[in-house]
Design a protein. Structure first.
Length: 116
């Protein structure tokens, strides 16, 4: 697995129906808070309250999207691609696979080029 996180915190977070709904919606395409709110049928304040925890646990990645008029806003995309829950030796372990962010992908490509 790509990463291992504090199992209790992650399971508590995923136990929240709004978190699951936001994660599922964000897996379709990068979306603004307004778009996530509309797609999930919840208030924007509900989305905002959950974003920090979701970002901190690598469930989402935040990107800045530029608009034709020169303004910009944040969009959120699901980073989590796979979740494994194992019960081993009296412990519950949660392992996650996450998609690298565009910045992480660029860094990896650059590192690969430099090694050649």
């Amino acid at each position: 697995m790509a990463g291992s996180q504090d199992s209790d915190e992650l399971l508590d977070l995923l136990g929240d129906e709004y978190v699951r709904s936001i994660l599922a919606a964000a897996s379709l395409e990068p979306q603004s808070v307004k778009d996530l709110s509309e797609r999930c049928g919840v208030a924007q304040s509900t989305v905002y309250r959950r974003l920090d925890d979701m970002l901190a646990h690598d469930l989402l990645v935040e990107q800045t999207e530029l608009v034709a008029d020169g303004s910009h806003h944040s969009v959120y995309e699901a980073k989590l691609t796979h979740l494994d829950i194992d019960v081993v030796d009296g412990e519950i372990r949660v392992d996650t696979d996450v998609e690298p962010s565009p910045a992480e992908r660029f860094t990896q490509i650059w590192d690969d080029i430099r090694r050649q």
